[in-house]
Write a protein that binds this ligand. Structure first.
Ligand code: ADP
Ligand code: ZN
Ligand code: ZN
Length: 747
């Protein structure tokens, strides 16, 4: 007798364990891992859909009392075993329910109306068509004549084209159908969100450096070697061209490819390049597609109607039968990590998909994540460098402005003297400028405007955040101290948070340059759909002299007329209470600087800061990744932060503050118990916290967090499993717990 472990598709923590069902004789050879079935569930034996996650001959309890699988589900997309396997891996490695993991990887089962495609087929002989053509000509029926002429050359024509482009009325088509010259046939098809586009012949001949990468990866591939490669190359160095060649070669070997991009940097130019190369064998998945369109892209992938999919991290779960290559562009982007449980990272998950399919992985970035570069440096990844911009344009000149000096000189404005002078110059010459406020993750740190001193946690070496009640708090370990009012380093009273927003910058700039035409892009001005694109294209079209904005403005778009980029306060992203602050700042500044001087005239960049000597700023100003990496990795090593060690964040959500705190304490204590048991292990496991999250309450839900750091991921997994078990044994009432491995942000 055979039994199936079935996961029931109900979104509730309780069902995160398989239920065993008997497999009836008649279904025996049709049940396997990944099949979608109907089963009677619960007290009332309600018919419920489930996924088979295992088939065994062992039964866990009395087979006589065991219920039976009723039938196979006829519901559209069947679940494939690889995706189920992948869900299992995600569940284990990131911590979530199996149901959540399954929902992450499986395409939304949605019964959508099939798109109907109408075609016109010739039914009569050529002679009959010629006769009809003569008749139409005599009767001056020009529309019919046009259609008949087309039918002479083509047996089949798209109906939409006939009534659209060709301009023949539906009535004319009907009358020819009546005369049995043609018939209108209806077929079901898939929605293709991009429409079909022709391939065009022109393509670049790869440079020797590009060719070397393509050859090396393919040589490995053909030898059966599968691994991950990192291409470190500045913007414009030809990475995309390399990706396309590799994809083309892998497709030629009968496989499919996934091309991941951060959603925000998916530009029209990139799409067009892919369509020109791959025609209608490439498709796109992104958040603007309807559920039906997404579903259709999955169907097309499953049926091998496309070879390449482009999309954000969720495109990893495209149900291709045989994936040969996964490319992740801009792999350092934070958006590759899911913010919801399961908090998977696309990089590692891509490697698991690749393992399941026997595929290779290629990562690319101008500013690689510490994770990827560390693995490349330690030999785990293959490393390639592309050092030359193929499109010309020189690197911009960077001016570092010390804001402490500005204060000394009596300038209290947001704009340094240098920035004011250069802005004026650009306005005079009719060139464009961008002002950038890197505000994301801003957590109210305190710094001294006289000497640049930043108040930091003595245990974690990250900035303390200002809280109500005159306190400063560390969001890793919970360390708390009274807010300082005098700078501990120089005694100045100018110690405060930085409060200027984009709107204030706009006002001050307008005061300074009343004639300047200014556009602002931030969360406020991009609330409505399409406003983001509208602002960017207005700026690209020269409708403004200055664009002020947050992170959003540094990505994706090319503005050849921009010759000045000003970074208002580099310290904002440098001093968030997060161990990745230096890395993120380096990336942002490098990207922002890359915005200046894309065109003919060389660009200039002004970086305003209280800490001009900070290594992330110094190396960013020279666009020197390698030196930045060397210093950053030392810091990570010293404090056991990823990628040198691993970090597990345990996040607790509770509607009652007391209950949340109690649960956090209990879990942390359990984790600590685990640490004591293993004290003999030479590299010590570190526990930080519990502490209130950086946003301590959202929608009346209190949030707490504690962190575990350890060199070995497996040990952290064991701890996570032990904590999950503890939670299972003592079910939660209103609280909930989430796990986040190697977190991208402090919670
Ligand atoms: P990246 O992805 O690193 O930003 P791209 O592949 O987009 O770089 O290349 C930048 C520009 O250089 C593009 O306009 C591209 O068409 C062009 N380009 C890339 N490779 C070559 C080549 N081998 N010869 C000529 N132009 C190239
Ligand atoms: Zn000071
Ligand atoms: Zn701390």
């Amino acid at each position: 007798m055979f039994f199936a472990d079935v996961i029931v598709d109900i979104s509730h923590e309780k069902v995160d364990r398989p239920f065993q069902y008997r497999i009836p004789e008649r279904l025996q050879d049709r049940i396997s891992i990944g099949v979608c079935v109907w089963v009677p569930f619960g007290q009332g034996n309600k018919m419920t859909q489930g996924y088979v996650i295992d088939v065994t001959e062992e039964c866990h309890f009395d087979p006589a009392k065991m219920k039976e699988i009723s039938s196979l589900s006829k519901d559209g997309v069947t679940v494939e075993s690889r995706l189920i396997q992948l869900a299992g891996w995600i569940r284990e490695n990131y911590g979530s329910t199996m149901i959540q993991a399954l929902k992450t990887v499986l395409p939304a089962k949605r019964s959508v109306q099939k798109l109907l495609i109408r075609k016109v087929e010739r039914r009569a002989s050529r002679e009959a068509v010629i006769a009809a053509l003569g008749e139409a000509g005599r009767k001056k029926q020009y529309a019919k004549e046009k259609l008949l002429r087309e039918l002479l050359d083509n047996e089949v024509l798209p109906y939409e084209w006939i009534v659209g482009k060709l301009g023949v009325s539906a009535a004319a088509v009907r009358s020819l159908e009546k005369a049995e010259i043609l018939s209108v046939v209806t077929e079901s098809g898939y929605r293709n969100p991009v429409g079909e586009r022709k391939r065009e012949g022109t393509r670049n001949r790869l440079s020797p450096a590009q060719q070397h990468i393509v050859d090396s990866v393919l040589e490995d591939y053909d030898k059966g070697i599968r691994k991950t490669y990192l291409i470190h190359g500045i913007t414009g160095s030809g990475k995309t061209e390399v990706y396309m060649s590799l994809i083309e070669q892998v497709v030629a070997r009968g496989k499919q490819a996934i091309f991941l991009i951060p959603e925000i940097s998916l530009t029209y130019q990139t799409l067009v390049r892919f369509y020109q190369r791959f025609g209608d064998r490439v498709s796109l998945i992104n958040s603007t597609l309807s559920a039906g369109e997404k579903y259709d892209q999955c169907q097309r992938a499953r049926n091998r109607e496309i070879d390449v999919i482009i999309g954000p991290r969720s495109a990893l779960f495209t149900p291709f039968p045989e994936i040969g290559l996964i490319v992740i562009d801009e792999e350092h982007e934070g958006s590759y990590k899911s913010e919801n449980s399961p908090k998977y990272h696309a990089r590692e998950t891509a490697e698991e998909v690749a393992r399941l399919h026997g595929a290779s992985v290629v990562l690319g970035s101008a500013t690689p994540s510490l994770e990827a570069y560390y693995r490349a440096r330690t030999g785990k990844y293959g490393l390639f460098q592309l050092n030359e911009r193929l499109t010309g344009g020189s690197l911009p000149e960077v001016h570092m402005v010390d804001l402490r000096e500005e204060l000394k000189a009596g300038n209290r404005s947001i704009f340094s003297r240098r920035l004011q002078e250069l802005l004026g110059d650009r306005l005079e010459k009719g060139e464009q400028s961008m002002l950038f406020l890197n505000r994301r993750g801003y957590a109210g740190f305190l710094s001294c405007r006289s000497c640049g001193y930043v108040v930091k946690c003595p245990h974690c070496d990250v900035s303390l955040s200002e809280h109500g009640g005159g306190r400063m708090v560390c969001h890793y370990c919970g360390y708390e101290t009274a807010r300082v009012t005098v700078c501990p380093q120089c005694g100045s009273r100018y110690i405060s948070g930085f409060r200027a927003g984009t709107q204030q910058i706009e006002e001050k700039l307008q005061e300074l340059f009343p004639a300047a035409r200014i556009l602002r892009m931030d969360a406020d001005t991009t609330r409505t759909k399409g406003s983001y694109e509208k602002i960017l294209s207005a700026f690209a079209g020269g409708e403004a002299d200055v664009l002020i904005g947050t992170q959003m403005i540094v990505k994706g778009h090319d503005f050849p007329r921009v010759t000045l980029v000003g970074i208002i306060a580099a310290d904002l992203s440098l001093s968030v209470g997060d161990f990745r602050a230096g890395e993120r700042t380096f990336q942002l500044l490098t990207q922002a600087a890359g915005r200046a001087g894309r065109g003919e005239s060389p660009g200039e960049v002004v970086i305003q800061t209280y800490q001009p000597e900070h290594y992330a700023l110094v190396h960013a100003s020279h666009q020197d990744y390698e030196s930045f990496y060397q210093e950053e990795i030392l810091y990570r090593e010293m404090l056991s932060y990823p990628p040198v060690a691993h970090m597990l964040a345990v996040q607790i959500f509770a509607s009652q503050e007391e209950a949340g705190l109690e649960l956090a304490g209990k879990l942390a204590e359990a984790a600590r118990g685990f640490i004591d048991e293993r004290e003999s292990v030479e590299k010590r496991l570190l526990l930080m916290g519990p502490a209130p999250a950086s946003i301590g309450r959202i929608n009346d839900i209190f949030r707490f967090v504690f962190y575990l750091k350890y060199a070995d991921y497996g040990t952290l997994l064991q701890i996570k499993n032990a904590l999950e078990k503890l939670l299972e044994e003592q079910p939660l009432k209103k609280e909930s717990v989430q796990f986040d491995f190697d977190p991208m942000n402090t919670m």
